[in-house]
Design a protein around this ligand. Structure first.
Ligand SMILES: *Cc1c(COP(=O)(O)O)cnc(C)c1O
Length: 455
């Protein structure tokens, strides 16, 4: 059954998934549960419901239902910008002279510029359904804050964003997009929260970190009537929502009788890769098919390739539940010269467990090599990729070049998570040849890991 493959493989609206796929249901060994930081017992639904919306807390704990219905209102919102195209990268293949067939799933076709809207709209929907007034969150590079602002304005919810101070200063336009959608944006660490004041006193002049912004957002959510905290990555509920990426990809490939050999995704907290690979990993777990799956992370923040698989704090203030994950330690802050996102110290517990079971591989890449791939891709494929996405591009190109040597016509699928218009300082550094690579030493990582909780 060989049809000519078009440049863009679209699904029809009626072919879009009506259910998310929960890969945990097919895992024999489940991801380790979140633990209460005080008692070290698994977090209960009631405990989680104090922080998250009730239905999202249920999804967080659900590792038995393989399919969870996507509510109609969310499906209708998805229809505005989905299905996202699966593109055959004919132009890149030609430029590389590779016999490999390269496909990318492009999630940058919405104003937030990334896949994050897929989960933001779901989280805002459940908050609204519960009758909440608003939500709080953190944002690093700004994509998540933007996506959540869009979702909250759609459902008329208040949205308070704590934005890592250095991004707040470096990305004023991201901030303005969020404000345009009605969100309030506060640079973190701020003087508005106990944890923010404490961190400012301890580290005067600090430009903040994701871990610190999370602590602030959680503190405000749990101490304000009618508010809950929402998170854009790492959590199992977020991977569940992002499974829409993988389900669409699989449906589009199936439509043309294409069997992927390799699936590649960048990994920050693990949500886009987790979502992209879920239905494929599901087939592997059920013994139906086999794929080579590769997570790509920055060499400057290498949680899978150099971290430890242990329980750790999710935030600097240690107010969140403990999660078992590949981690560099909650105090780990990537070097200031690290340009892109993907700077979280830990990794989704689902991705961590699958990696530990050797169902997937991980690779780390240096940022100058990432921007080289970004530039090469932009020049032939007509999309300016986000630096995060470009980690996946780097490895897709490397694999396609290997195929050139071996003559194999592998089907390589990668996630192109977003666009890079707000990352022009990073592109400028690359174009001016001022970009450098920083790889943490073993001693630095060991010192940070020494501070993970022992029990
Ligand atoms: C947030 C983000 C990522 C990384 O987050 P994951 O949870 O690992 O998917 C990757 N690409 C873009 C464009 C992002 O905005």
């Amino acid at each position: 059954m060989s049809k000519e493959i078009p440049y863009k493989i679209y699904l029809e609206e009626q072919e879009m998934p009506k259910e998310w796929y929960n890969v945990r249901a097919d895992m024999k060994k489940k991801p380790a549960p979140l633990l209460n930081p005080g008692t070290h017992q698994p977090m209960t639904l009631d405990e989680l419901s104090g922080v998250f919306c009730r239905e999202l807390a249920e999804q967080e704990l659900n590792d038995t239902d393989a399919y969870i219905e996507i509510p109609e209102e969310i499906r209708n919102f998805y229809k505005m910008y989905r299905p996202s195209p699966l593109v055959r990268a004919y132009c890149l293949e030609k430029k590389l002279g590779t016999p490999a067939h390269i496909y990318y799933k492009f999630e940058g076709n919405n104003t937030s510029g990334s896949h994050k809207l897929n989960s933001a709209i779901a989280q805002a929907y459940y908050a609204k359904k519960q009758g909440l007034k608003g939500v709080t969150t953190e944002t690093g590079a700004g994509q998540w804050g933007t996506a959540l602002s869009m979702a909250c304005s759609y459902f008329d919810l208040d949205c308070k964003v704590y934005m890592v101070k250095c991004s707040y200063e470096q990305k004023p336009f991201r901030r303005e997009v969020m404000r345009t959608y009605g969100a309030s944006v506060t640079p973190s660490p701020s003087m508005e929260t106990n944890i923010g004041r404490k961190i400012n006193a301890e580290f005067p002049g600090t430009t903040g970190s994701l871990g610190c912004a999370i602590s602030e957002a959680v503190e405000v959510a749990v101490s304000t009537e009618g508010y809950r905290y929402v998170l854009g990555s790492v959590l199992s509920q977020v991977l569940l929502h992002q499974s829409v990426i993988g389900l669409e990809t699989k449906a589009a490939l199936d439509k043309y009788g294409i069997k992927a050999d390799m699936i590649i995704g960048c990994a920050g907290g693990g949500s886009n890769l987790g979502g992209l690979m879920s239905p494929f990993i599901g087939e592997m777990l059920r013994g139906e098919a086999d794929y080579e799956i590769i997570a790509v992370e920055p060499a400057s923040c290498p949680s899978l390739t150099r971290g430890s698989y242990v329980y750790d704090f999710c935030d600097t203030g240690k107010v969140c539940p403990l999660a078992k994950m590949y981690t560099l330690g909650s105090g780990f802050i990537p070097s200031a010269n690290h340009a892109g996102g993907l700077r979280y110290h830990g990794m989704s517990s689902v991705v961590s467990e699958l990696y530990d079971q050797k169902l997937m591989k991980a690779r780390s890449v240096e940022q100058t090599a990432v921007f080289e791939a970004a530039q090469q891709f932009a020049r032939v494929e007509g999309i300016l990729p986000a630096p995060e996405s470009s980690h996946a591009i780097r490895v897709a190109i490397d694999e396609a070049l290997k195929c050139k040597e071996t003559g194999e016509a592998k089907n390589i699928v990668f996630g192109l998570t977003g666009t890079g218009y707000f990352d022009m300082y990073a592109y400028a550094a690359y174009n001016d040849k001022k970009m450098t690579d920083y790889i943490p030493t073993d001693a630095e990582i060991a010192a940070s890991l020494a501070k993970t909780p022992k029990f």
